[in-house]
Design a protein around this ligand. Structure first.
Ligand code: ADP
Ligand code: SF4
Length: 695
């Protein structure tokens, strides 16, 4: 289909200093959990973004020198010629598709504990580093000279590698924002004190970088519109003054805010284009191209940002992860095919845990090189087969779609009227509405396939499966939350729980509520992600007196990886939920619960009229077991293989279920259906150095 001409402005080239971006889709620097350690994985992933139409594709934070080492988080680096060689592969992959390659030159300053390089951290003040009980060495003028020299050398290496744009990175609390921060930068003569002094290092770096890279590369700045000391605000106009001082310097302003939990916010708390009111004034000051982010997934919103002069380029990290082909889909007149980011931040959780990026919506993310998976092209099966998928949750929907795209004949049976499984239920909980996109994208894509039949309100038995006589069966029958508190603390369940007053998350999602509204409810979180917090919020909003009890030290401990822990805890406080941390619920009987401290074992009693255990889930694998009991009957029905996928195999995140459905669907061809849970060798290429000679 031709592109809707309304969207033409998104495809207009834009001059950025000496280079020209082919369009307005700009993949801002974002972490990957790959960094310098997995250069092939990284290069292939970035190249796919360019192939998908992102006109500018940037690296993640790229260390200029070993005094800036973020281990164990995998950062990019430009320390030596080895790094140049690897970046050159990335840049070449991006150029192959006509896009620009940007490099975010980075120094972490006092935050970098340098656990790998063991160099002493440096910063404008001697304050604690991030990852070790260690303070930075206060920089002097000689250090500033060395730092400038290192920055220049890294910029030259970026040029050598073929980059088109380099950043002077002055945000996110790293070294240059430490210089800007008057609370931190207090003593360096000529570089501390006045605004002019604190900005000086940035102006020098911009000039020196431009002088070093000449007319070949653009120089961008990434900078916040507010200060760490006054997040969300610029009360004395200091930041405005900083933009005034810098306005003629860099070729591009990549603007952001100091509150990372908003900039990178989960959809539970933050929606599309949320930065607009905070950054809209910048373009009026700087007269240079401006880019900013906002988890943009709607072409209309992107267009509106351009037309109203908020930004010149549409910055995106997560939307480009969820759909590397987002720009192409708009260009080809099929914006309805965009696989929209759901704002769950599972991508960020991967990176922060030091492993390659994964994505709930895009199972191919991080697999471009090691498995040769492409987000928009599916290899056809050599032999088309009739395949039955039982269950239309995330695993079943993704498997059915992938199988259909590979040319199989697919039957999808779902017990309920609605498709989507857990996603349909969970997306009705407070703040989780966007999660329905996991279902909606797949349901829409399936509706366009003529090789898929969907049967709703069709709960299948083993006899039904055999009667349908498919060649392969994928069971995606899901899981349910356990009522007896089985989980981390009670692996064999907790016999002290009176099941008569237990309500599971599934009960609550099905609309059940505690019998007596006047009695207090205890939500017990031994799961540590977000379900318990969301349910406590739900009940608190409905007027129940809720106590949230967790064995961890904070609300939703694991959700710190998705950058929502602090907001989640704040939300419970706002809603009036009482929070008790570091306690297990030992027993619930009558109107009373007994808790025990996870450290001391000391007990305390609480009134309790209803108990919501959020601890673990039981796989719904009855159908699987039934089918296993008579393999001869399966063979007689012509069934060559039966596999479980998703939560009915191993309950997990939606991301796990989607991935499992996708992976399994890629592995079915003819009678072959290779599982890979216990493979004889790694089922993917490994990105690591192999020593060529035995020493
Ligand atoms: P997953 O995350 O693994 O996709 P879900 O729990 O989200 O799992 O979805 C499982 C889906 O399977 C639910 O919609 C459920 O109604 C459906 N289902 C479970 N058992 C059967 C069955 N025997 N026949 C058809 N559908 C089933
Ligand atoms: Fe968006 Fe979630 Fe994918 Fe991240 S993991 S890109 S937040 S859908």
């Amino acid at each position: 289909m031709p592109r809707d001409p309304r969207f033409d402005p998104l495809f207009a080239p834009l001059k950025i200093g000496p280079v020209t971006a082919p369009n307005r889709f700009y993949q801002v620097p974002h972490c990957t959990g790959m960094g310098y350690a997995m250069p092939q994985t990284l290069a292939a992933m970035r190249a796919v973004k360019a192939e998908g139409g992102w006109g500018t594709v940037c690296t993640e934070y790229c260390s200029i020198h070993p005094t800036s080492d973020d281990h164990p988080s995998p950062f990019a680096s430009l320390w030596d010629q080895g790094d140049v060689a690897n970046l050159a592969v990335l840049a070449e992959g991006v150029h192959r598709h006509g896009s620009l390659c940007g490099v975010e030159l980075w120094h972490g300053g006092l935050r970098s504990a340098n656990l790998l390089s063991r160099q002493t951290p440096i910063g404008p003040n001697s304050l604690p580093a991030d990852k070790a009980p260690l303070q930075a060495r206060r920089m002097d003028l000689a250090d500033i000279r060395d730092y400038r020299r290192a920055h220049r050398a890294a910029a030259l290496r970026a040029r050598e590698a073929g980059a088109d744009l380099v950043y002077v990175y002055a945000s996110h609390t790293y070294l240059l924002s430490q210089f800007l921060d008057r609370r931190i930068n207090r003593t360096i003569v000529g570089y501390s004190g006045s605004i002019e002094n604190r900005v000086r290092i940035i102006r020098e770096l911009i000039e020196e970088t431009q002088e070093a890279v000449g007319d070949a590369l653009a120089v961008a700045i990434r900078i916040e519109v507010d200060a760490e000391a006054t997040p969300g605000d610029d009360p004395d106009g200091e930041r405005r003054a900083i933009f005034e001082l810098l306005k003629d310097g860099p070729d591009l302003f990549d603007v952001t805010i100091t509150d990372y939990s908003q900039e990178m916010g989960v959809s539970r708390f933050v929606h599309e284009a949320s930065l607009e009111p905070l950054i809209a004034h910048v373009r009026g000051i700087v007269q240079k191209p401006v880019v900013s982010v906002g988890r943009f997934t709607t072409p209309e919103t992107m267009l509106s940002q351009l037309k109203r002069g908020i930004v010149d380029l549409i910055g995106a990290a997560r939307p480009s992860i969820a759909d590397p082909f987002l720009p192409k889909k708009i260009a080809e007149g099929r914006p309805d095919d965009i696989r929209e980011c759901i704002g769950c931040n599972i991508c960020y959780a991967s990176d922060i845990q030091g492993v390659p990026l994964r994505c709930t919506q895009n199972p191919t993310m991080g697999e471009e090189w090691r498995r040769d998976w492409h987000p928009d092209r599916m290899p056809r099966a050599q032999q088309s087969e009739r395949i039955l998928v039982v269950g239309a949750g995330p695993a079943g929907l993704e498997a059915a779609l992938t199988l259909a795209q590979r040319g199989h004949q697919v039957t999808l049976a779902e017990a309920r009227r609605d498709l989507g499984g857990r996603v349909t239920l969970e997306s009705k909980l407070p703040g989780l509405g966007e999660w329905a996109r996991v279902r909606d994208y797949r349901q829409y894509q399936l509706s366009k396939c003529d090789n898929v039949e969907i049967f709703r309100e069709s709960r299948l038995s083993a006899a039904d499966v055999r009667e349908l006589s498919p060649r392969h069966v994928l069971l995606a029958t899901g899981s349910h939350w356990r009522a007896d508190a089985t989980g981390h603390s009670f692996p064999a369940g907790n016999p002290g729980i009176d099941l008569a007053i237990a309500l599971t998350p599934d009960d609550l999602m099905a609309g059940k509520r505690p019998a007596d509204r006047a009695k207090p409810v205890i939500v017990f979180d031994d799961d540590h992600y977000l379900m318990a917090a969301v349910l406590a919020e739900l009940l608190g909003r409905e007027g129940y007196a809720v106590t949230y009890v967790t064995t961890a030290g904070v609300v939703g401990f694991w959700s710190r990886f998705t950058m929502e822990q602090a907001r989640s805890q704040a939300r419970l406080i706002e809603v009036g939920v009482q929070i008790i941390v570091s306690h297990a619920v030992d027993s619930v009987h009558g109107d009373q619960a007994t808790l025990s401290c996870v450290f001391s074992g000391r007990r305390r009693d609480l009134p309790c009229g209803a108990f919501v255990p959020v601890t673990s889930r039981e796989p719904d694998d009855t159908l699987w077991h039934e089918l296993q009991t008579d393999t001869a009957a399966n063979a007689a029905a012509g069934i060559a293989g039966i596999q479980r996928i998703g939560d009915c195999k191993a309950p997990g995140l939606i991301a796990h279920a989607v991935y499992d459905g996708h992976r399994t669907a890629r592995r079915i061809d003819g009678d072959q259906a290779t599982g890979e849970d216990l493979p004889e060798e790694p089922p993917f290429r490994r990105d690591r150095v192999v020593i060529s000679a035995v020493l």
